[in-house]
Ligand binder design. Structure first.
Ligand code: FNR
Length: 334
């Protein structure tokens, strides 16, 4: 497949720190997402990780011995569909990380949109939008040095001419696509997404443009197509709605909250999701129901995955997987 075909007419799970780990990615793929981004992982952290083949779970784990994995990938289910998102401010280090992960992921994205002080102060995320030389150096180095497609995800600049200048310079680096969140660095989700400006970006570039920022107006599967046509984009990337309602990716329609949670927990149990990740995603799916639904209150009180499962009547599944995994471990030891 030509690199840019990978990004044509796709519906995509956006990168989300704390949320975009294996269970939500697999659930989104199961529901119909075409591509799934990892949460942003900072290059420095990644350079310190060890890569391990996890025979028990059939995953590839990057991390530190004894800790929850920094990145867990399930090659049989997501190998070509996973986009590794990197936070970086340094071309050489970015390439080092790209070489480290390129056999395990489908493509690599550089985060140039994060407005959080942590990213900006380190010269990462949205700081790169105003350091175009650095940004283009990183992307060119990655495109030339890595064997898989490279993309970046940006926000808009204060004026349209500035935005168009920036995206054209980024396109010249040889990237395969660009994700555009239709807000500026200082705008927040309550500000309207500038769909018309995304449309102008589409007109100015020849690579696929991935529209982002539409969650406030995406309530059903059909709304995804509406957002696509409002922005004139090839592809759409969804964050907040995919977190509160992962089944937004289902052509057949969204599912009731309880089903959504139980489907998520299946993957969380099967792939030993870290408790913090599982609880966070459950709380985002629950939204206001954390207070009103007794199972929501039990979710808030839970201190481990077993208790999360108990809250949703999934103790049996939890025990079943635990027992079969310990049997498998015993067998390997014999
Ligand atoms: C984000 N966003 C984000 N962006 C990014 O490039 N890397 C990241 O790791 C994260 N992390 C993250 C966590 C959470 C919990 C949220 C809600 C958002 C931003 C996200 O990908 C997206 O650009 C915005 O949320 C706008 O898209 P939606 O939400 O309107 O679809």
């Amino acid at each position: 497949m030509a690199a840019d075909e990978r990004y044509r007419n796709k519906t995509i799970l956006a990168p989300m720190v704390r949320a975009g780990q294996l269970p939500l990615r697999l659930l989104s793929l199961d529901y119909g997402a075409d591509l799934v981004y990892t949460e942003e992982i900072v290059d420095m952290k990644m350079t310190q990780c060890t890569r391990t083949v996890n025979d028990k779970l059939q995953t590839i784990d990057f991390g530190f011995p004894g800790d929850d994995p920094v990145l867990r990938i399930c090659p049989s289910k997501e190998r070509d569909k996973i986009v590794f998102q990197m936070g970086t401010n340094d071309a050489d280090r970015a390439l080092q990380v790209a070489k480290f992960v390129e056999n395990d992921v489908g493509s690599i994205d550089v985060n140039m949109g994060c407005p959080k002080p942590f990213s900006i102060h380190c010269g990462m995320g949205a700081a790169l939008l105003t350091q175009l030389d650095k940004a283009t150096q990183i992307l060119t180095t990655l495109v030339q040095g890595s064997k898989i497609p490279i993309t970046c995800k940006v926000r808009l600049l204060d004026t349209l001419p500035e935005t168009l200048h920036m995206v054209k310079e980024l396109e010249k680096c040889g990237i395969s696509a660009i994700g555009v969140h239709g807000r500026t660095r200082d705008e927040r989700p309550q500000h309207p997404n500038r769909n018309e400006e995304i449309r102008e970006v589409v007109r100015a570039l020849s690579i696929p443009v991935i529209a982002n920022g539409g969650s406030s107006i995406i309530h059903t599967y059909d709304d995804i197509a509406k957002f696509r046509s409002a922005t004139g984009c090839d592809s759409v990337m969804i964050a907040r709605r995919a977190l509160s309602t992962p089944s937004i990716f289902r052509k057949e329609g969204i599912l009731p909250m309880e089903e959504e949670i139980r489907n998520f927990l299946h993957f969380a149990i099967d792939y030993e999701a870290p408790f913090t990740n599982a609880k966070y995603v459950l709380q985002r799916i629950l939204g206001g129901e954390q207070e009103f639904d007794p199972r929501g209150r039990a979710t808030v009180r839970a201190v481990n995955v077993e208790e999360l499962c108990a809250a949703w009547n999934m103790t049996e599944k939890f025990q079943e997987v635990k027992n079969s995994q310990s049997r498998a471990t015993l067998k390997r030891k014999v």
